[in-house]
Design a protein around this ligand. Structure first.
Ligand SMILES: *[C@@H]1O[C@H](CO)[C@@H](O)[C@H](O)[C@H]1NC(C)=O
Ligand SMILES: *[C@@H]1O[C@H](CO)[C@@H](O)[C@H](O)[C@H]1NC(C)=O
Length: 510
């Protein structure tokens, strides 16, 4: 039988034809001019496959405007707007607090690998404010120079909050890296940062967020559903879905987080973090529901799949699946620097965790929840597996006091303190971090700020501490020491000669 096809022009094509020619080159000024020329409702379209480099922000100028790629492709032919290297731009598109604006079917690239981290920079896309009905769909957002791939900011005004944002079918990431740069600036970034009421975050694929995958700042009435959030294969991710920030006076009333898929590759510390006291800070008051967290699937390398502490006024956690979480957790993570109660939960491979005294009001928690034995307040404490020992060659260790641990071992931290004391701490003692050895020879007034204390494993093989250039303590191994070895068992620190013989350890007082 012969099939006769009728040619029907899709609605999308009609819209793009109506809007005239597409933009194939230029910069932010080209797009900003088109927006201002078009007034409310203007549809500014980029040509498929166009790459527009910008050195400043594109900002909507009136309600109901749209930026999209002509023909609304969904793959790699979407036009790309990318920050050019050599400037301080961070936000690529700003919503200008206009209601009804739409960002659709384009790629937004902060270009961090070439343009660099922008300290204090904004998200790639910054919409929200006192606006309603904004839409971001089929947009790729990656490599932000600032703290998030996509931020829907609150209005700061309870009388006219940000409302009804629709964030659907986007592919987000990678966003940020782990750790800090040489100046101590955090390199991590969020995937989607939602601070808008009655909004929908659905069908997004977030891969390689390094702070939160979807961070829900209160956002009462919002729904986060059917998203896939996968941690980076290369960098740590702090959390997949965060409900830890006290915006809207702590209210998450009516928020539902359902049917999301969370996958830890290298590692997520937290799958779904819920409450004022699970992140690295403590909000001053409990966060408040009622909320529903249901039907989510968490698998792979996730240290703490669901953790709740600091919640009031209603929480339902049902039908979530954690059977695919890698076990034992010690095969991908190390919690030996966490608080004692968290170490216990980690060693038990607990996946559903709550602190009973930290959850008040109506609650319906699915079976399998394990109670923390104490007020567990920081689930970002896990890391990838830590070594049992590390060694320094001559001249390879030179630190000022209080510059962080010089040896970060499984169950042990070694640090050079602000009073010139070299201290070894056992982090697995049930009573908390316990010093197991200290060099002594402290400086009574402290090392000052900036520190005048310095510890060096010198080129002559001697480990020496100095205050203001004057030696305070040493291992007395000048001329014989060759390697400094730090161990997570006694005697903790050894100096070896070139043949590997121990010429000093902490059992020798000096
Ligand atoms: C929310 O925004 C969407 C997209 O702009 C719109 O279609 C819908 O009517 C809005 N809903 C409400 C309740 O304002
Ligand atoms: C747990 O500790 C945090 C931080 O100190 C505190 O704000 C919170 O009130 C404590 N929770 C309970 C139930 O005591």
């Amino acid at each position: 039988m012969k099939v006769i096809y009728k040619t029907v022009l899709p609605l999308a094509a009609l819209v793009s034809l109506a809007s005239g020619a597409c933009i194939s080159s230029g910069d932010q000024n080209t797009i900003n001019s088109a927006l201002s020329a078009g007034n409310a409702g203007a549809i500014v379209q980029l040509c498929a496959n166009a790459v527009i480099q910008v050195s400043g922000q594109i900002t909507f100028t009136a309600e109901n405007q749209e930026i999209s790629t002509q023909g609304y492709p969904t793959g790699s032919s979407r036009a790309t707007i990318q920050i050019a290297p050599g400037n301080s731009a961070s936000t690529i598109i700003g919503g200008g607090s206009f209601s009804g604006i739409r960002i659709q079917n384009i790629q937004i690239d902060g270009n961090r690998p070439n343009a660099g981290l922008q300290q204090g920079g904004g998200a790639n896309i910054e919409i929200g404010g006192g606006a309603t009905g904004q839409v971001v769909s089929h947009v790729a957002s990656r490599n932000p120079r600032g703290w998030s791939c996509l931020h829907i900011i609150g209005s700061g005004n309870t009388a006219s909050p940000c409302a009804n944002a629709t964030i659907i079918n986007n592919d987000i990431g990678p966003c940020g890296q782990s750790g800090t740069d040489a100046n101590g600036n955090g390199l991590w970034a969020d995937g989607i940062s939602l601070d808008c009421t009655n909004s929908l975050v659905q069908g997004n694929t977030i891969t390689g967020s390094t702070d939160g995958g979807v961070v829900i700042f209160g956002s009462p009435g919002s729904t986060v559903t059917g998203n896939t959030i996968t941690s980076s294969a290369e960098y740590l991710g702090f959390g997949a879905i965060n409900m830890v920030d006290g915006e809207y006076d702590g209210s998450y009333a009516g928020v539902s987080v359902t049917n999301n898929k969370i996958v830890g590759q290298k590692m997520f510390n937290l799958g779904i973090g819920i409450g004022a006291n699970v992140w690295s800070f403590n909000d001053p008051y409990p966060l408040k529901g009622p909320v529903t967290i249901a039907g989510n699937t968490i698998s792979g390398s996730v240290s703490f799949p669901i953790a709740i502490n600091g919640w009031a006024n209603g929480i339902t956690v049902t039908g979530n699946t954690v059977s695919g979480v890698t076990s034992p957790k010690s095969s991908f993570a190390d919690a030996s620097h966490c608080s004692a109660a968290i170490q216990t939960l980690f060693n038990e491979d607990a996946s559903l965790i709550y602190y009973p005294a930290g959850v008040t009001g109506a609650q319906n928690l699915q079976s399998g929840f394990v109670a923390a034995s104490a007020n567990v307040t920081n689930f970002l404490c896990s890391s990838t597996p830590l070594p049992n020992s590390i060694s320094f060659n001559k001249n390879a260790l030179d630190v000022v006091s209080d510059s962080g641990p010089f040896a970060d071992l499984h169950g042990v931290i070694m640090q050079y303190q602000g009073d010139n004391n070299v201290v070894v701490l056992d982090t697995t003692n049930p009573n908390g971090e316990t010093p197991v050895w200290a060099s002594g020879h402290t400086v009574s007034g402290g090392c000052g700020s900036p520190s005048l204390c310095d510890m060096v494993f010198q080129g002559d093989g001697n480990l020496v501490t100095y205050y203001n250039g004057a030696p305070q303590w040493s291992t007395g191994t000048a001329g014989v020491g060759n390697t400094m070895k730090c161990l997570n068992t006694a005697p903790w620190i050894q100096i070896l000669d070139a043949s590997g013989n121990v010429v000093w350890d902490t059992t020798k007082s000096t």
